[in-house]
Unconditional design. Structure first.
Length: 85
C-alpha cells in the first residue's frame, strides 16, 4: 500500500501527459484522414472529368464519322463512282 501511495504522483503525471497528447493525436489523425479523403475525392473527380472528356471525344468522333459517311454517300451519288475500302 505504501508503494502505491508513493507512485500516485508519477501515475497522475503520466495520465495528465497522455490526456494532453491524446486530443492532439486524435486531431492529427482526423486531419490526416480528412486530407486523404479530400485527395481521393479530387482524384475521383478528375477521373470522372476525364471519362466525360473521353466520352465527349468519342461522341465528337462518332459525329465526324457520320459526316464523312454522308459526304462519301453524296460523292457516290453525284459521281456514280463507288469508293469501297
Amino acid at each position: 500500500m505504501r508503494r502505491l501511495f508513493l507512485c500516485w504522483p508519477a501515475l497522475f503525471f503520466l495520465s495528465a501527459m497522455f490526456s494532453a497528447c491524446a486530443p492532439s493525436a486524435a486531431y492529427q489523425a482526423r486531419d490526416t484522414l480528412a486530407g486523404a479523403s479530400s485527395a481521393a475525392a479530387c482524384e475521383a473527380a478528375a477521373t470522372r472529368q476525364e471519362r466525360r472528356s473521353l466520352a465527349g471525344d468519342s461522341s465528337q468522333m462518332q459525329g465526324d464519322i457520320e459526316r464523312i459517311k454522308e459526304a462519301e454517300r453524296l460523292f457516290d451519288q453525284k459521281t456514280g463512282i463507288v469508293l469501297s475500302y
